[in-house]
Ligand binder design. Structure first.
Ligand code: PSU
Ligand code: MN
Length: 333
């Protein structure tokens, strides 16, 4: 069941040929030039669950050595839940799916990595550069190789003041156009959470909280004050939504929001004040530098408290997201 034209094996004939997997087969031909690790390749060809992971969080989201430690721990969590982690990045002009520990280490210490979203691939690849892929960049690659689910901390969104700056993350349009399920802890309140939810609605993205109610989490805390359009009670139901999306051949992605575990919740008032201050300071920053600037300022102002919450929630997302991936693989096996 492998494409003769592809270096990447197709999803095997043992898989039920539903529309999602068929789409993956077609797309995978475009992935000829990707470097897919042997473990990820094997997993994809045998329908074993694979979880994609982004790398901007390593290159721009956290300081060394926390970035490396967290990346390794997250991969361990995925493996423990019975799935195969596939961290995606651009290394010296080549798109990699599945990184070795050495490659992760190099990425974590390298100073001149490019934050790579969808728009940046042509440039980063042509110049042979190294880049950490954002949520949008990671979704593009995950879909090309047939990975249906992707775990991260938080997605980009509509920035506060976007009504004048027009600063709206490419993550949101990507969710509207690429059928990958993104598992995150909601939308950071450095952003305009309400407008982000509106924008996702316009883009036709299925947004659901995995939990007992539809309170939409804002990354550091479990309740942003906004409601998601829906909630599901279990990873199995989240996986079923993925399958229903596929059966309808919807081209759009999905967003599953997992509230941060109570024990990792940051002090609400402390985070809020730090964020307000950091957003003010970011007034003179623009483009792709805005989000990394605010993230590092919030971490400084809270003396690392936000970083601790960040690490706690991403590991929890990896656990829950892997459970969804395992459930989804069993639906399509
Ligand atoms: N939010 C975080 N940590 C991150 C990011 C967002 O809490 O590391 C990264 C993700 O890679 C996301 C990107 O896709 O920032 C969004 O950047 P922008 O706002 O420039 O679109
Ligand atoms: Mn932006």
């Amino acid at each position: 069941g492998c494409c003769p034209t592809s270096a990447v094996p197709c999803v095997g004939s043992s898989c039920r040929d539903n529309s999602f997997l068929f789409a993956a087969k077609v797309c995978i031909k475009g992935a000829r030039r990707f470097v897919v690790s042997p473990l990820v390749k094997d997993a994809l060809s045998s329908c074993h669950p694979v979880v994609a992971l982004e790398s901007t969080i390593i290159t721009h989201g956290m300081p060394y050595p926390h970035n490396l430690e967290t990346a390794l721990e997250v991969e361990e969590v995925v493996i423990k839940e019975g799935a195969v982690p596939a961290t995606i990045a651009v290394l010296d002009g080549q798109v990699h799916v599945g990184l070795s520990e050495e490659q992760l280490q190099n990425l974590a210490i390298k100073k001149d990595c490019i934050k790579t979203s969808r728009r940046d691939f042509p440039y980063v690849l042509a110049k042979g550069l190294t880049g950490g892929t954002t949520v949008s960049g990671t979704m593009v690659v995950a879909h090309r190789v047939g990975i249906p689910i992707f775990v991260t901390g938080g997605i980009g969104g509509v920035h506060r003041g976007a009504e004048t700056t027009l600063d709206i993350s490419a993550d949101l349009t990507e969710l509207g156009r690429t059928p990958v399920c993104v598992v995150c802890a909601g939308v950071k309140s450095i952003l305009d959470v309400g407008r982000t939810l509106e924008y996702l609605e316009t883009q036709g993205v299925c947004v659901s909280v995995l939990g007992p109610d539809a309170k939409f989490p804002d990354f550091f805390t479990r309740d942003s004050g906004f409601l998601a359009p829906s909630h599901v009670e279990s990873p199995a139901l989240a996986a079923l939504m993925m399958q229903k999306r596929a059966e309808l051949s919807l081209d759009s992605g999905m967003l599953i929001a997992v509230p941060i575990p109570e024990e990792h919740e940051a002090e609400g008032y402390l985070i809020k004040e730090a964020i307000d201050q950091a957003v003010k300071e970011a007034a003179s920053i623009s483009g792709r530098d805005v989000t990394p600037f605010i993230l590092s300022r919030v971490s400084e102002i809270t003396a690392g408290q936000s970083l601790k919450s960040n690490i706690g929630l991403i590991k929890n997302n990896a656990k829950i997201g892997s459970q969804v991936a395992v459930e989804f693989a069993s639906l399509t096996a």
